[in-house]
Design a protein around this ligand. Structure first.
Ligand SMILES: CC(C)(COP(=O)(O)OP(=O)(O)OC[C@H]1O[C@@H](n2cnc3c(N)ncnc32)[C@H](O)[C@@H]1OP(=O)(O)O)[C@@H](O)C(=O)NCCC(=O)NCCS
Length: 180
């Protein structure tokens, strides 16, 4: 995480905040949909369902912003004892500057803050051909847990990766991402 923090210092101070049903301006939702189109092939997009899925009570939507611009987002779903990071995307303009790592860091802390059990298991799926994403997750403490055949489509498997948080309360620390 120290490396990601150093990188972010060189960037015009990105900020991180959770979005909620009550404070999600249409402009932000429009930018999120545009970034989804930029980052993911059609078969992996939520499209018109983005808002309803992202803002469900048991899901969380964390955004990274640089000034007024949306730089990236992370989506997660949570249960009492586990969390799953379902999407991470950073706009091409802002990649390799530590924002993906910072989103993971803050996302895990948000999941930890809501967890009532220890240890907390955090999972995510990755297409192993997405080398950059695989490296990002490995660098942030996720380890391969299981290979899932034909997860994305008939020809694309997924690696299910897992990170175990031994003490969710210490991981959640002080308030990290601002909730609105
Ligand atoms: C994957 C993604 C989220 C990475 O975001 P990012 O802000 O560029 O990530 P970071 O700058 O925090 O990168 C941290 C580390 O991850 C690895 N990494 C990230 N992108 C990489 C790439 N394209 N190639 C190789 N390694 C990469 C590197 O180890 C990097 O550290 P380094 O820059 O010191 O070498 C971004 O490229 C993206 O949105 N891609 C399209 C959507 C996607 O594939 N999402 C993940 C699947 S759900």
């Amino acid at each position: 995480m120290a490396q990601a923090t150093m990188r972010l210092e060189a960037l015009a101070a990105p900020t991180f905040r959770m979005l909620s049903h009550f404070a999600s301006p249409p402009a932000t939702l429009g930018a999120l949909r545009a970034l989804e189109v930029e980052a993911f092939p059609e078969c992996e997009r939520l499209g018109a369902a983005f808002e309803s899925v992202a803002l469900q009570r048991t899901n969380g939507l964390l955004v990274a912003e640089v000034g007024d611009a949306l730089a990236g987002y992370l989506l997660y779903a949570r249960t009492a004892s586990s969390g799953i990071i379902t999407k991470v995307a950073v706009s091409s303009e802002y990649r390799r500057q530590g924002i993906g790592s910072a989103l993971l860091h803050h996302g895990v802390r948000q999941l930890a803050a809501h967890s009532r059990r220890a240890p907390l298991e955090v999972f995510l799926h990755v297409d192993p051909s997405r080398f950059g994403a695989l490296r990002l997750y490995e660098n942030n403490g996720f380890e391969p847990y299981q290979r899932i055949s034909r997860y994305y489509d008939d020809k694309r498997d997924a690696i299910l990766m897992r990170r175990i948080i031994g003490d969710p309360k210490s991981e959640s620390g002080e308030a990290s991402a601002r909730s609105v």
